[in-house]
Design a binder for this molecule. Structure first.
Ligand code: GRF
Length: 254
């Protein structure tokens, strides 16, 4: 058995599954990233960082990518506990992909229109993400619903951010709908993705007051300020502390 301080090694040869985490004793198996034999894995012990113990993030975008940028910036600090290993999009040429390229992060793009059926697009997206062995997938302004193949592969480690306080105002026009309804307080929600539209367990929320003179653009800009800090804070905690989901309740920690 190979052992070295601070790094987890896992034997993954079903039915034999074992984990050794040095120097902190036996750790959980949630960090195993597929395959058989001896694999180096992600130690979920809070406060232990370094290559091999840093959560691998794949981020999917459709637009300007300011949330992605916030994640890239947060990951520059090693103590954050995560790094962006790839960025994908549902179209090429979007600013989010340019941000990734400028940060030296690999990118990929799959357009729904390039596939004979939606399910084929979903499988291609799944395979591209899986190739980067993510611990967590972040939908950061990704304006497509992922399908059953994607959910089967990444369910439970797939999160999204929405510019309203779910379960109010789900869907693509959360900001406009909240403004139109006349709410005085709105905000943003980071949630675990399930098969519904913005229906998964809520992980974290932040509130934003609506101003008398707000229009959709001004309100969305203020929400996005709150959203970037909510998203980076939430992803960092998930990476460092791990999480469990029971029913609709997500709790940080193991
Ligand atoms: C965010 O407000 C997100 O919640 C919504 O689209 C916006 C994306 O912004 N779905 P950006 O591309 O991260 O700048």
């Amino acid at each position: 058995m190979l052992l070295s301080a601070g790094i987890c090694y896992f034997i993954t040869s079903p039915p034999l599954r074992a984990a050794v985490c040095v120097p902190r004793g036996v750790c959980g198996l949630r960090g195993v990233r597929g395959g058989r034999g001896l694999r180096r894995g992600w130690c979920r012990e809070p406060g232990v960082y370094g290559d091999g113990m840093t959560a691998r993030l794949v981020v999917l975008v459709s637009g300007t990518g300011t949330n992605l940028q916030a994640l890239l910036d947060a990951c520059a600090d090693e103590a954050y506990g995560a790094r962006v290993v790839a960025v994908g999009a549902d179209r090429s040429g979007v600013a989010g992909l340019t941000r990734a390229e400028q940060a030296g992060v690999p990118t990929f793009a799959h357009r729904v229109a390039d596939y004979p059926a939606r399910a084929d697009w979903d499988r291609a997206l799944t395979d591209s993400c899986a190739a980067f062995e993510p611990d967590l997938i972040v939908l950061a302004g990704f304006m497509k619903l992922v399908g059953s193949a994607f959910l089967a592969r990444f369910g439970g480690r797939l999160i999204n951010t929405h510019p309203a306080l779910l379960p109010s105002f789900p869907g693509t026009h959360g900001v406009r709908d909240a403004l139109g309804y006349g709410v005085k307080v709105t905000g943003c929600t980071v949630f675990m993705v399930d098969a519904g539209i913005d229906t998964g367990p809520v992980i974290a929320q932040a509130t934003v007051p609506v101003r008398e003179d707000d229009d959709e653009a001004s309100l969305h800009e203020r929400i996005k300020l709150a959203e970037r800090s909510l998203l980076t804070g939430t992803v960092g905690r998930m990476a460092r502390e791990g999480w469990t989901v029971q029913g609709r309740k997500l709790r940080f920690g193991r």
